[in-house]
Design a protein around this ligand. Structure first.
Ligand SMILES: [Mn+2]
Length: 364
């Protein structure tokens, strides 16, 4: 049985200006290019025959020249074929980057009508279309028509799987069912899905290959593997890259900023392994401080300049001995005494006391 080796990637959003600290923006864009180079090295070594790029490869139609030439070089060094379906960000316009000359192995859909590229040497047809502006409301997959089952038939589509209509090329379950395609490589949703199946058709979102902010945390990668008419052997290939992590950390007793910094490093290493410094962290410190303890974020961050990126949020509270306060002869003492004797859960008590006592002490 004829089988082919493919890779499915999507949503690089190359050339984007991200929100947040400027330093982060530069790091992320550099990491994106680096990961693209890594990915195509891996794909060459793995002898991948066909790469499917399911849209939003670029952030917009206008891309700076040096970025374009880097991409063209990466593509031209690849030994297989590349098919691109432009999405709602990199949609086809008159000044579109996709109208330029691209390496011979690169095939780009430029029309909003569903069409296919035929690759006879691998007995495969790849169906797709291009966004030609930022919205599509039609169910374009339903326009595929009758497909020739003697080929491996693959779709590469940018769109939004949903049970209701939407403006980003809506895809309903019955569109997938009726397509009769062997695999649909989807783009638009940045969080990866598993490889799913409706009828005979497998489909998945690969998600974006590199996290670009604290709203895109955890492992990222691409789908890679062999497919044939009767088998889908795609698996998730994690890109070994810096990941975004939001970490909540309960502090323990400490005597100096240095001690607290070391505690944080130890905890991160336990959780993320020896290469923990390569990630992007938003670290949230929780717990209680003793009366004489303080946390100085600037000092602690300055002890972590060897990290790829870390920002620390101090969410700790001052420790309060409610029993002791309840003996104070003041309105605050009476309040605490009253709450302590209320018939409510310990958790609720603590919440009420925390807020109440802070209000009395003007700490809110
Ligand atoms: Mn999109």
């Amino acid at each position: 049985m004829n089988k082919i080796r493919i890779a499915h990637l999507a949503d690089f959003h190359l050339g984007a200006q991200l929100n947040g600290r400027k330093e982060l923006n530069e790091k992320v864009n550099k990491a994106l290019i680096k990961s693209l180079v890594n990915i195509f090295d891996v794909l060459n070594s793995a002898k991948v025959q066909l790469v499917l790029i399911a849209g939003d490869f670029y952030e917009s139609s206008n891309i700076d020249t040096s970025l374009k030439s880097q991409i063209k070089e990466i593509f031209s060094n690849f030994n297989g074929k590349i098919v691109i379906s432009p999405g709602n960000h990199d949609y086809i316009s008159l000044e579109s980057v996709y109208f330029e000359e691209w390496p011979k192995n690169t095939y780009i859909f430029t029309s909003e009508n569903v069409d296919y590229f035929e690759f006879n040497e691998i007995n495969t047809r790849v169906y797709g279309f291009a966004f030609t502006n930022s919205h599509i409301r039609e169910h374009l997959i339903s326009n595929i028509g009758v497909i020739d089952d003697s080929y491996i038939n693959i779709g590469v589509f940018h769109g939004q799987i949903d049970s209701t209509e939407n403006s980003y090329h809506p895809i309903f379950a019955e569109d997938i069912l009726n397509s009769n395609l062997d695999y649909i490589a989807l783009g638009h949703v940045h969080k990866r899905s598993e490889i799913n199946q409706i009828g005979r058709t497998y489909y998945a979102y690969s998600g974006n290959p590199v996290g670009r902010g604290f709203d895109e945390t955890g492992e990222k990668g691409i789908y890679l593997g062999d497919i044939s008419k009767d088998k889908n052997g795609l698996y998730f290939y994690k890109i070994d890259n810096s990941e975004f992590h939001i970490v909540n950390l309960e502090i323990e007793d400490f005597e100096s900023q240095n001690e607290l910094a070391n505690f944080i490093k130890r905890k991160l290493e336990e959780k993320f392994g020896v290469n923990y410094k390569k990630h992007y962290y938003r670290l949230i410190l929780n717990g209680y401080l003793k009366k004489d303890q303080t946390i100085n974020i600037d000092i602690i961050e300055s002890m972590m300049t060897d990290f790829n990126y870390i920002e620390i949020i101090d969410n700790t509270n001052l420790y309060m001995d409610f029993d002791e306060i309840s003996h104070e002869k003041s309105l605050k003492g009476k309040f605490v005494k009253k709450v302590l004797t209320e018939n409510i859960s310990a958790e609720d008590k603590k919440k009420i006391l925390d807020i109440g006592v802070r209000a009395f002490e003007d700490l809110l």
